[in-house]
Design a protein around this ligand. Structure first.
Ligand SMILES: [Zn+2]
Length: 447
């Protein structure tokens, strides 16, 4: 794949790729794709002469992956919280690490996560931060070119949150509002604010209620974890006398502007609530298995019209941020649970692209390759020893391709990676910074 010259007149032609459009008709076409001012202007035979031309022969061209649930603040803790269930994982490992992050360590963590996401073909994320330093995460997202929804996490419960991370309800809301005012809409809506109370256990009723009001006052997305682990469910049952989703629903945290991560342990009334309120679900199969949380019945959710997308969750519970791994696992798990014909490759790829975009209410702008949509596009090697001979592109992409086959990544028509070289992030510097900053975090924890 070669790129001819620099960005001429904001026009790019992706020449002669095999385009997996993910449009409603499911078209896969051998064609050129013309990008003008960050949007897809034409798909077909393009003879534009004053555009950058990228030779895409030998590539599958796809809409970029949408990851519905990640934690950039945790990337530095990769490999440091293995073999634990959720509540121990949080209380013994992840919260102490988060409490020890200063602004520079947060910057290193975010940059490392962003670099991994871009290299693996992700173009859009929904990110939940830690309680502090989310401004730094937005700053890194701004520079990287990645599309993102994100917000500082909110935690104020006096009995469950350690002193080092516990916030005052009003101050948590005020900081969220300030971050939203500062960053929401940045770079033509590339960055959006999301109000992100961590999970019901870590928040007072007051904080949960007020965060849903804050989100609705400003038109922000609401994002939290729900029904991930059985011990979490017992704590909520003791506190509220109902399931986690029902509890969130009572406090205003369901609706088409809400994304709940995990949703493993829902009763049938709660499944109906998800459907009736059009609440989105972020499915994170690797994380759910590694923390021994369970298997979310996403095939069932999809059959009932629930909007479901995929996410890697954080590096310490995965330990990668790799959409290919999540796609493959998502398919295999539903087959184990519902039978071999459940969740076909095309349905999984849809969850990873247009499904996620729809759940984020961005389905009209990203998630498929159609004229008028934003040019969030990736190119993946068509033929490798691990993938040939191709029968069906969806099968190949979900079951056989890997993140290392992603050759370019583009958001709003801007190349973030070309020939596997990152263009907006310095890869070697990012690796060096991650190593030095985790050392500083560990030193602080031992001091
Ligand atoms: Zn999470």
């Amino acid at each position: 794949m070669e790129q001819d010259g620099t960005h001429k007149k904001n026009k790019t032609v992706l020449k002669n790729g095999r385009i997996v459009t993910m449009n409603p008709a499911g078209d896969v076409v051998q064609a050129d794709l013309f990008i003008h001012s960050g949007k897809i202007a034409k798909i077909g035979k393009i003879s534009e002469t004053d555009a950058d031309v990228i030779d895409c022969s030998g590539l599958l061209i796809l809409p970029g992956f949408v990851q519905m649930h990640v934690h950039l603040c945790q990337t530095l803790f990769r490999g440091r919280a293995d073999d634990l269930e959720l509540l121990d994982w949080l209380q013994k490992r992840v919260w102490p690490y988060e409490a020890a992050l200063d602004a520079e360590a947060m910057r290193a963590s975010a940059r490392l996560g962003i670099a991994e996401l871009i290299k693996g073909g992700t173009t859009c994320i929904l990110d939940m931060g830690s309680v502090r330093h989310y401004d730094v995460v937005f700053d890194e997202l701004a520079q990287s070119g990645l599309r993102a929804f994100g917000g500082k996490c909110m935690m104020d419960h006096p009995e469950t949150v350690p002193d080092t991370l516990r916030e005052n309800c009003d101050e948590s809301l005020a900081e969220s509002e300030w971050l939203g005012q500062t960053w929401d809409g940045y770079d033509h809506q590339r960055l959006r604010y999301a109000v992100t109370p961590r999970f019901a256990i870590s928040c007072t009723d007051e904080l949960l209620i007020d965060s849903s009001k804050l989100a609705r006052d400003h038109g922000y997305l609401l994002h939290t974890h729900s029904s991930e682990n059985r011990d979490e469910m017992s704590l909520i049952a003791r506190r509220a006398g109902c399931g986690n989703v029902e509890f969130l629903h009572r406090l205003g945290l369901t609706g088409p502007d809400v994304i709940l991560a995990h949703c493993i342990w829902l009763n049938s009334a709660e499944k109906r609530l998800m459907e009736e309120t059009h609440t989105g679900e972020a499915h994170c199969p690797s994380s759910n298995l590694k923390l021994a949380s369970g298997i979310a019945p996403v095939y069932d959710y999809l059959q009932h019209g629930v909007r479901v997308g995929l996410g890697a969750d954080g590096a310490p519970c995965n330990n990668n941020l790799d959409m290919f791994v999540e796609m493959r696992l998502a398919a295999l798990l539903q087959k184990a649970r519902f039978g071999a014909s459940a969740l076909k490759a095309k349905d999984v790829l849809r969850m990873a692209t247009h499904g996620g975009a729809e759940a984020l209410n961005l389905g009209d702008h990203i998630g498929s390759l159609e004229v008028g949509k934003k040019a969030d596009i990736i190119g993946i090697l068509d033929e490798t020893v691990s993938t040939v001979p191709m029968n069906d592109p969806y099968s190949q992409l979900v079951y056989a391709s890997s993140s290392r086959d992603v050759m370019f990544n583009m958001v709003d028509g801007r190349l973030l990676m070309r020939n596997r070289d990152l263009l907006s992030v310095d890869e070697q510097q990012t690796i060096a910074l991650a190593k030095s900053e985790i050392k500083r975090v560990l030193d602080r924890m031992q001091a």
